[in-house]
Design a binder for this molecule. Structure first.
Ligand code: HEC
Ligand code: HEC
Length: 176
């Protein structure tokens, strides 16, 4: 009787198990909430002087377009830059946006959490941000050491490099 189990398809099965194990083994690193950052220094210099240098993948491209179209009135501040710099910043932000061409699963989730007819200017107003920070007690946000939810780097030490992995979290205490 021939039951279909041959050395050949046993070999294929073993190879599949091996590949699956390899994929699983890579999963934790992949899960580490890392966002791509612009390689040039422009974004860090121009957009990181007043607050965290926000990863472009935290908002959809239309948000960055709107924000960079009104830098003279940026949350009550004048954040305007020279036109060539603005265009370079905009290109980087759009290329790596949550709905950009190279977005990963996490960024797709962020983009999908924003209704199509809404253009948020705040990361902290997106449903994804609210969901991810649901467990943070309200009183934490008011700590002097944090001051405001947009101060990502207060709790995510490598936020300026686009790293938000949970293992790196440091919630600053009241005293600091
Ligand atoms: C002159 C200081 C200044 C500069 C320069 C600046 N910002 Fe801001 N930005 C602010 C202030 C002030 C807020 C509002 C902070 C608050 O009250 O929550 C803000 C808020 C933001 C937010 C919303 C954060 C949230 O709450 O989710 C984003 C996104 C942002 N800025 C992006 C940028 C980008 C991109 C650039 C560079 C083109 C830039 N900023 C340059 C001052 C600045
Ligand atoms: C008060 C401290 C605090 C601040 C400030 C803060 N976060 Fe978080 N963040 C957390 C905590 C705590 C978690 C973990 C939530 C969980 O796993 O239940 C988290 C999770 C995340 C995650 C998901 C990580 C993962 O592995 O899935 C992302 C992305 C993130 N934060 C982005 C941001 C951004 C962007 C900002 C700033 C606009 C920010 N956070 C500001 C505390 C903070």
């Amino acid at each position: 009787m021939h039951n279909g189990v041959t050395w050949k398809n046993l070999g294929i099965f073993t190879a599949c198990v091996g590949l699956f194990a390899l994929w699983l083994g890579n999963a934790p690193a992949h899960d580490d909430a890392v966002f791509p950052m612009a390689r040039g220094k422009a974004q860090v210099g121009e957009c990181g002087s007043c607050h965290t240098t926000y990863a472009p993948g935290l908002l959809p491209a239309r948000s960055w377009r709107k924000m960079l179209g009104q830098l003279g009135h940026h949350f009550g501040e004048d954040a305007s830059v020279q036109e060539p710099v603005r265009l370079a910043l905009l290109k980087d932000l759009e290329d790596m946006a949550a709905d950009g061409a190279y977005a990963d699963m996490r960024m797709h989730r962020i983009a999908a959490s924003v209704p199509v007819d809404v253009t948020p200017l705040r990361i902290t107003e997106t449903a994804y941000f609210r969901f991810m920070h649901d467990a943070v007690p309200k009183s934490f946000w008011r700590r002097k050491s944090i001051a405001n939810p947009g101060n990502c780097a207060a709790c995510h030490p490598r936020a300026n490099e686009g790293h938000f992995g949970v293992r790196e979290l440091r919630i600053p205490s009241e005293q600091r």
